[in-house]
Ligand binder design. Structure first.
Ligand SMILES: *Cc1c(COP(=O)(O)O)cnc(C)c1O
Length: 375
């Protein structure tokens, strides 16, 4: 059996171990310490100096805290992009609130401004203004930031910007992770940089960061004895894990280049075919190309290509199944235009790791070559 080619696997740079050793040498083996602070500073520098960052145990935890900080509670409505990974939506349910799913548009595959406004108006007309919007830069492609944020502003609804897949992406030269009232990042093992597991909450208000850290560390009031006037969470990032993050931050831009090079590889191979569509960057959108994805002409051809890769032990994956199609969310309200259903039927994510080597790319190319009869 040939070795497995992964969709997106961890890519260590060699610079991580030094920070981890420092944590051991100084006995900072705890969910606080110099690596946590250093990692937060690195992220903040990278995004924008006015950004305050709280390093957390996961991106999911960051979304959960974001909802709490926006005061989302029982029976509130939260509008959420349907085409996303379930972690965007689950924390809404943790709060006892109701997810309402909104479909995508075709240019970025993200939140559709038209459907979003229909959903907001409809909720308001029924006497229930949405408490928050969760917008996602899926696969690293920035959503239509200007359009979406203008609508949110008009109706005075805060946005949680789910930038879990888009660290290193930007919109009109501003980094993804700086647009939301609250923004989140993920450093899970499959993301563009990883801490094995981890996440972060980013905000332009220091008070919000401080409150996030307070809630993430069991909501301990200032007192020698343990004193609590809030329900707390254990969501802080460990100082050992943050050491991996500091090493990874030194190569983030390089990894963006490598992922974009993978996209170019697929574009060069498939760009001229009528039966395949790639996702171009609209004007002003810069994608980290976390995953390179294609649209086939039919479900059947998507499946046969996927199975050809599978035979060669090359991992590919259909574009994420929309939340409104998930059994667990089948009772949730939805505003649908057919775009995300179609993407799910015809779309395929291709191997996209920054660590793909020449021989792996050759194996991928030979599958494409025989499937599409490339010259
Ligand atoms: C990975 C991911 C998350 C969750 O991040 P974790 O760190 O795995 O909890 C949230 N949203 C999207 C879109 C993701 O891809």
């Amino acid at each position: 059996m040939k070795s497995k080619v992964w969709l997106s696997s961890p890519h260590m740079s060699g610079k991580e171990q030094k920070f981890i050793n420092e944590a051991f040498d100084t006995n900072w083996i705890a969910p606080l310490g110099p690596n946590v602070t250093g990692f937060e500073e690195d992220i903040s520098q990278y995004l924008n100096e006015d950004t305050y960052v709280a390093a957390l145990s996961s991106g999911t935890a960051a979304i959960h805290l974001g909802l709490i900080l926006l005061d989302v509670s029982r029976d509130d409505i939260v509008l959420c992009q349907s085409k996303t990974f379930s972690a965007s939506a689950n924390p809404i349910v943790y709060q006892g609130a109701q997810p309402v799913f909104v479909d995508s548009e075709e240019d970025t595959w993200n939140l559709c401004p038209i459907q979003l406004e229909i959903a907001i108006k409809d909720c308001i007309s029924k006497g229930k203004k949405p408490k928050a919007i969760i917008a996602v830069h899926l696969y690293g492609m920035p959503y239509k930031v200007d359009e979406i944020h203008t609508i949110a502003k008009n109706y005075d609804i805060p946005i949680i910007e789910d930038s879990a897949e888009a660290f290193g992406s930007s919109y009109k030269n501003r980094k993804c992770g700086t647009f939301g009232d609250i923004s989140i990042l993920s450093f899970n093992g499959n993301k563009i940089i990883t801490t094995s597991g981890g996440g972060a909450l980013a905000t332009n208000k220091k008070a919000i960061k401080d409150k996030a850290v307070f809630l993430a560390t069991q909501a301990r009031d200032k007192s020698v004895a343990y004193l609590h006037s809030h329900i707390g969470y254990n969501y802080r990032m460990s100082n050992v894990v943050a050491g991996i993050g500091r090493g990874q931050m030194t190569v983030l831009d390089e990894y963006v280049k490598l992922r974009r090079k993978n996209y170019k590889f697929y574009e060069d191979a498939l760009g001229n075919l009528d039966s395949v569509k790639l996702l171009n960057e609209p004007q002003g959108h810069f994608s980290n190309r976390w995953l390179s994805c294609i649209l086939m002409d039919t479900y059947k051809s998507r499946e046969s290509l996927r199975l050809e890769f599978d035979k060669e032990n090359i991992e590919t994956r259909p574009l994420w199944k929309p939340m409104h199609q998930q059994p667990i969310f089948s009772n949730c309200k939805k505003y649908i235009n057919g775009v995300s259903d179609d993407l799910f039927e015809r779309g395929l994510c291709l191997p996209s790791g920054s660590n793909l080597n020449e021989s792996e790319l050759n194996r991928i190319y030979s599958v494409l070559k025989s499937f599409f009869s490339l010259g």
